[in-house]
Design a protein around this ligand. Structure first.
Ligand SMILES: Cc1cc2nc3c(=O)[nH]c(=O)nc-3n(C[C@H](O)[C@H](O)[C@H](O)COP(=O)(O)OP(=O)(O)OC[C@H]3O[C@@H](n4cnc5c(N)ncnc54)[C@H](O)[C@@H]3O)c2cc1C
Length: 814
């Protein structure tokens, strides 16, 4: 078939990602679609995948994306006539430790939310399901009977057959050599078989995506790593009905493969390989075997499955796969370029996620925006530094290992550290800071006592930093704390249309007096929250927007994307210009008063206002704000002046009990006060009404704002069917983090979006969206019998629409 010279959508890459997208676009009646593959279909990474299929992930969002795989792969053959090789023989996830059993329980709870069958079983029960299993080395297991394994090549060919039957054009041996963006936002694609113009372009080139996307100036941080499995000789032990065996503590998985065992690994430390070191431009790449590297997982496999000791190996397979710096794939419209989409970086889970990701991206392309919460995998989340080769080369081996390492709450990666540092870094270090990383920033997480180690000892119930964090939280509530929040994203909006632009895009009224601070959101057309920001009006036409560190790149792109062609608005990233110190707590005014002439009274400096004040030698922007629920100020200090301001604050604060505090304390304190956090409590599928943030909406703003119609509709429909609710456990021992299941009167109604131990109350607090067709109001919340399930145990809880700490905000008004 000759290449057409025009196609509405062109997909580059004929692996499972591109093929699934082609199939799902066709299902949505988009059939003017052309898929271009430089060699044969599946010849990149897809052909050699082991094909394990799991529906459950460690979070609700990812389970939502993954679980469709079983539904699709088990029915595709009947639709397309091409077999997928899908076999629903289940997964047996064994645990060698109690902590791993804890994780299994969490996954089993998530299964309940989705009505996915999953059972926690003993080691003896596990052995009944898998007779050759050595039960002595395990504590127990999770059994998920409807999981399975598929043949990646057959599954891809079945997707391609489905797409073709609906009219999609598929071209093999058609390498895309170059691509040019045309002035009308379409693309001219140059292949070795001719040119083609398209309105929308999708780059699904697997591990080659990073370099290909760079031709268009698009940032896709991913990097190849070697990925291994071995196939044994045929053996009678490898019977067809065996489930996939997953031994995360042993870093191995084992599946039956045509009467043999396939033993694959996610070894603790992977082997990154630069793309230039891979064989160039050949299909079906195989890399040399490396028994030294494979020794640990294979030893563990033999420990678990003793017959392996006496079975020979028929094949050692080593193939390249792409990994991303945060272990999450990259999906969606490239922030740098309209109409160009990415689907790549599958971290060795491309077969599992291709079904859900293909459908989600097809809907995004057809509808113009995502139809579900994809913020965690949104390509716009990455910062440009993450595409640095040295960073990737160092980070990727750790990432590969993380698949099977314990999933500790607040785990800190150890590679690619020290990328971005506040200029107070050394001061914090001297004070005993244990640092954590967010978007490359090194941030104090907690402060060790003098002479004590700053290393983290992780736990599902009581990590070693709790002791220090408790003292920091106590100081915040009783005296004062100082936190380095330099990692805030800071964007300056300027230009004659800046006000009208912000009025159109923000849900609050931004036309406020100079010096007023507004907490607001930018919404999508469905009223969902896209950015959670604070705006400081600096002049008639200048606004300083503050975002969280992790959301900064995405916010930057969302703001830029929202500017209309003729609007005179300039967005500058001024993140590096300011060090941010937050002085919080009942004694904060007393400390500050000793250092400045400014009137700090409620009348002279009301809450949610900003003034330029002098501290010592320096003029700083002082914002009277809090994220912990106390009297406090955030200082934006021109970077080079920050050391002297810091020293002044620390010296003066001494007599008032001022204490340095870290991000863990911030998390515990903001949870007590029920302040929302983006990505956890707020996402693009939550509206401000559902999030309990109706007070931020200006319903009467002249000209309205993006998302207003959806909010009006939601308001007019009466009681909400989904609402963020605050919880407090009655049991003082249980510790909540996130994802725990919420019950009302014995029925599952939601899950915890963020939880933390409250040292103030002596029990855990949490936030979570509750769903009910009955409609949710104060009465619904107060009359319910609430429980929260953590690791299989149900704990009684109190529920409230208001925060449990300082419900009326009296302390803030201090
Ligand atoms: C050993 C191993 C075991 C694995 N096991 C599993 C598993 O059990 N479960 C699971 O879910 N995942 C597994 N994976 C991962 C899975 O194979 C990948 O995540 C998935 O195949 C990625 O699919 P893709 O379509 O993104 O990339 P690919 O399959 O690499 O497809 C990209 C395609 O783009 C083409 N291309 C590149 N550049 C161009 C160009 N310029 N013009 C035209 N075409 C181009 C390439 O030729 C290639 O065919 C495993 C991987 C390995 C290595």
């Amino acid at each position: 078939m000759n290449l057409k010279n025009k196609s509405e959508i062109v997909i580059i890459g004929g692996g499972i990602a591109g093929s699934s997208l082609a199939y799902h676009l066709a299902k949505l009646n988009k059939t003017d679609v052309t898929l271009l593959e430089r060699h044969q279909l599946t010849s990149g990474t897809t052909w050699h995948a082991a094909g394990l299929i799991m529906q459950l992930r460690s979070t609700h969002t990812f389970t939502e994306l993954a679980k469709y795989n079983v539904e699709l792969y088990s029915t595709l053959e009947s639709e397309t006539g091409v077999s997928t090789g899908f076999k629903q023989n289940g997964t047996l996830g064994v645990a060698r430790t109690k902590d791993r059993m804890h994780e299994n329980h969490t996954i089993a709870s998530i299964a309940k939310s989705f009505n996915i069958e999953a059972e926690i079983i003993s080691s003896s029960e596990a052995q009944k399901i898998y007779p050759s299993l050595n039960k002595k080395c395990i504590e127990g297991a999770i059994y998920i009977p409807k999981d399975g394994q598929t043949n990646p090549v057959d599954t891809t060919m079945s997707l391609v057959a489905g797409a073709k039957q609906l009219g999609v054009s598929i071209h093999e041996n058609t390498e895309v050599i170059d691509v040019k963006k045309l002035p009308n936002n379409s693309f001219r694609i140059f292949t070795k078989n001719g040119e083609i113009i398209c309105e929308k372009l999708v780059i699904a080139c697997g591990l080659w995506t990073r370099n290909f996307a760079a031709k268009l100036g698009i940032n896709v941080p991913l990097y190849p790593a070697e990925h291994f499995y071995v196939v044994t000789e045929a053996t009678k032990e490898a019977t067809k009905n065996l489930p996939v065996l997953r031994d995360t503590d042993g870093h191995v998985y084992i599946k039956e493969d045509a009467g043999k065992f396939l033993v694959g690994a996610f070894e603790p430390w992977g082997k990154a390989i630069a793309i230039e070191k891979l064989p160039q431009n050949i299909p079906f790449i195989e890399l040399p075997e490396d028994w030294d590297h494979f020794e640990l997982p294979y030893t563990k496999a033999m420990e678990l499955l003793e017959p392996l000791e006496n079975i020979g190996i028929s094949k050692f397979f080593n193939g390249p796969e792409s990994f991303t710096p945060d272990l999450l794939f990259a999906l969606g419209e490239a922030p740098e370029m309209k109409n160009c989409f990415i689907s790549a970086g599958y971290n060795s889970e491309g077969i599992e996620f291709a079904a859900g990701a293909g459908r989600a991206l097809a809907e995004w392309i057809v509808e113009g925006s995502p139809t579900m919460d994809l913020s965690a995998v949104d390509i716009a989340r990455f910062h440009s530094f993450q595409n640095n080769r040295n960073y990737l080369q160092e980070r990727i081996p750790e990432i590969l290992g993380l698949h099977y390492k314990p999933h500790w709450p607040h785990y800190q990666k150890i590679t690619g550290r020290g990328v971005r540092q506040s200029n107070l870094h050394d001061r914090w270090k001297k004070l005993g800071a244990s640092f954590g990383e967010a978007m490359g920033w090194e941030r104090p997480m907690w402060f060790a006592q003098k002479g004590k180690s700053t290393d983290n000892i992780y736990s599902h119930t009581k990590p070693n930093w709790f002791e220090a964090t408790e003292m920091e939280c106590k100081a915040a509530r009783e005296s004062a704390i100082i936190i380095d929040q330099t990692s805030f994203g800071k964007h300056l909006i300027q230009g004659s249309d800046s006000l009208s632009f912000l009025q159109r895009t923000c849900s609050s009224n931004v036309d406020v007096p100079i010096g007023k601070i507004i907490y607001t959101h930018m919404l999508n057309n469905k009223g969902g929250i896209e950015t959670d920001i604070t705006i400081n009006r600096r002049s008639k036409t200048e606004f300083l927007i503050i975002s969280s560190a992790t959301m900064q790149p995405r916010d930057f792109y969302w703001i830029n994307r929202s500017i209309k062609e003729n609007e005179k608005v300039l967005v500058s990233d001024v993140t590096s210009s300011y060090t941010v110190l937050s002085l919080q707590g009942p004694k904060s005014r007393d400390i500050l008063a000793k250092l400045t002439q400014a009137d700090l009274s409620n009348e002279g400096f009301p809450f949610a206002t900003s003034q330029e004040i002098e501290i010592g030698y320096t003029a700083v922007i002082a914002n009277r704000l809090t994220y912990i629920g106390e009297l406090g100020w955030e200082f934006f200090i021109p970077t080079e002046y920050s050391l002297n301001v810091f020293d002044d604050l620390m010296i003066t604060g001494k007599e008032f009990g001022l204490r340095p505090a870290g991000y863990h304390a911030l998390e515990h304190l903001r949870s007590e006060r029920a302040y929302r956090e983006y990505e956890l409590d707020l996402t693009p599928v939550d509206t401000p009404l559902e999030a309990g943030l109706g007070f931020t909406i200006d319903w009467d703003k002249l000209g309205g704002f993006i998302g207003l119609d959806a909010l009006i509709k939601q308001k007019n429909e009466g009681l909400l069917n989904k609402r963020l609710v605050c919880f407090r456990l009655k049991d003082p021992k249980a510790v909540l983090w996130h994802e725990e299941i919420i019950y009302r009167n014995g029925e599952i109604v939601g899950y915890v979006s963020s939880g933390a131990y409250s040292f103030n109350f002596g029990c855990s607090v949490a936030l979570g969206y509750v769903k009910s067709n009955q409609g949710i109001n104060k009465d619904f919340v107060e009359t319910g019998n609430w429980e929260i399930e953590s690791a299989g145990v149900r704990y009684k809880a109190e529920a409230s629409l208001k925060p449990f700490y300082d419900p009326n905000g009296d302390k803030i008004k201090g």
